[in-house]
Design a protein. Structure first.
Length: 101
């Protein structure tokens, strides 16, 4: 315990003798080095990640295009169905007229 106290006393005496002010600015280029080290530690995407992104994007495009095509086809079928319904109504009324005579 005495040895530890002596070391601490020596350290405190040394610290008390220092009269120099420590500069408060960071050295030139330090921030650039910190960013460079930080970026070098980042994981780089492997070949699978960009492939998955492309597949997801392509799938989204296919879904959008097919949805638009289906909506358009449904609209065309509806118009066709309405015209056929009118033709069937005309034919049905003509058949009913023939049977009623």
């Amino acid at each position: 315990m005495k040895v530890a106290d002596q070391k601490i006393d020596r350290l405190l005496r040394s610290a008390a003798q220092v009269h120099e002010d420590v500069p408060t600015t960071i050295p030139f280029g330090f921030d650039t080095r910190v960013v460079a080290v930080w970026r070098s530690g980042m994981k780089r995407p492997n070949g699978l990640t960009p492939l998955l992104r492309r597949v997801a994007l392509l799938s989204a495009v296919v879904i959008v295009v097919s949805t638009i095509a289906a909506a358009r086809e449904t609209g065309q079928n509806r118009k066709l169905g309405e015209s056929l319904a009118n033709e069937y109504a005309i034919a049905d009324s003509a058949i009913q007229d023939e049977f009623s005579q």
